[in-house]
Design a protein around this ligand. Structure first.
Ligand code: 2DT
Length: 212
């Protein structure tokens, strides 16, 4: 094994509005990285398979009502319950491609009118991504793609507010891809960002925590 002891996988996060293409790009990226012989897994938040995730799912599908702060904390708890597994996967050399993370948590809850710093607080101490890629699409264009599935947040006016909060959260380390470009062009740009980030993690970049 010619890797250093502190070699690890990369924590790659995809963010963007609903219908920006995150999910299909995640699966393309997964196949590509697997094809390169890398150890990689595709994750998503909310992870609806856990008990907490079940509560979130029922809220999103309008099968239950929850207070805004309560559901915010459930989304956060859903990340906390995966934190130790996430860390061990990364340390064992597995790269994680994560479809939505704390930025979705803060952008969506802030868009409902909650204070942004209040929203960020429970995320502090979660693992910081090595790369955040934002698939950038105007809310109107996303809505034109059709297929908003009828879940709670899938409405143009709300997505416009979410997009404003993503703008507030966005920092210079984020890689922005124009999600209106053809899928294969988006895919190519994404691969390049991701391969660079993984290479740095393989060299032993330390893990860090949100928000830094
Ligand atoms: P999907 O359509 O990607 O399953 O997302 N959301 C997501 C939040 O409000 N807070 C969060 O912390 C996360 C991760 C975004 C379901 C919806 O849940 C929103 C869309």
């Amino acid at each position: 094994n010619n890797h250093k002891d502190n070699s690890r996988g990369g924590l790659i996060v995809l963010e963007g509005l609903d219908r920006s293409g995150k999910t299909s790009q995640s699966s393309r990226l997964l196949s590509h990285l697997e094809g390169q012989g890398l150890s990689v897994e595709s994750w998503r938040f909310p992870d609806r398979t856990t008990c907490v995730g079940n509560m979130i799912s029922s809220y999103l599908t309008n099968n239950s009502q929850l207070d805004d702060r309560t559901v915010h904390l459930l989304f956060s708890a859903n990340r906390w319950e995966k934190r130790s597994l996430m860390e061990s996967k990364l340390r064992s050399g597995t790269t994680l491609i994560v479809d939505r993370y704390s930025y979705s948590g803060v952008a969506f809850s802030s868009a409902k009118g909650l204070d942004i710093d209040w929203c960020k607080a429970p995320e502090a101490g979660l693992l910081a991504p090595d790369l955040v890629v934002y698939l950038d699409i105007p809310p109107e264009k996303a809505a034109e793609r059709g297929g908003y599935g009828g879940e709670r947040y899938e409405q143009l006016e709300f997505q416009k507010k979410v997009s404003q909060y993503y703008n507030v959260l966005c920092d210079p380390t984020w890689k922005i891809i124009d999600a209106c470009l053809p899928v294969d062009v988006v895919e190519k740009q994404l691969k390049e960002f991701v391969m660079n980030s993984i290479a740095i993690c393989q060299k032993g970049k330390p893990l860090s925590q949100l928000w830094s």
